[in-house]
Design a protein around this ligand. Sequence first.
Ligand code: SF4
Length: 106
Amino acid sequence: MVEQQVIWEEHGHPPEPKYKSPSRWKKPNGYPAMPGTGPEGETCKTCHYKTTKPGMAGRYLKCGLMYRHWTGGAATDIKAGSPACRNWASKRLLDAMEYYEEILRK
Ligand code: SF4
């Protein structure tokens, strides 16, 4: 314990836990797969499935693949900066494909 105290004094204390009470911690249920299992360097922000809950002023980011599990609370929210999960799909590529499909239909 004394050694740990010396290490903290030399290198700084570890950050305070975000949630002081474990009972207030909410398991993130909004991700269809573990964040970080997708392509390196990509995030939910660049994913085709990132969306917002309709009628909520666009403040609550959700993953469209988890639509059936959405709740009215933050437990199924996602963060735009989360590392991509293995279901990540390029927003730019799929948007471009939809655009060209629309042109071809006309
Ligand atoms: S990377 Fe895409 S599929 Fe995965 S959680 Fe984020 S928005 Fe959903």
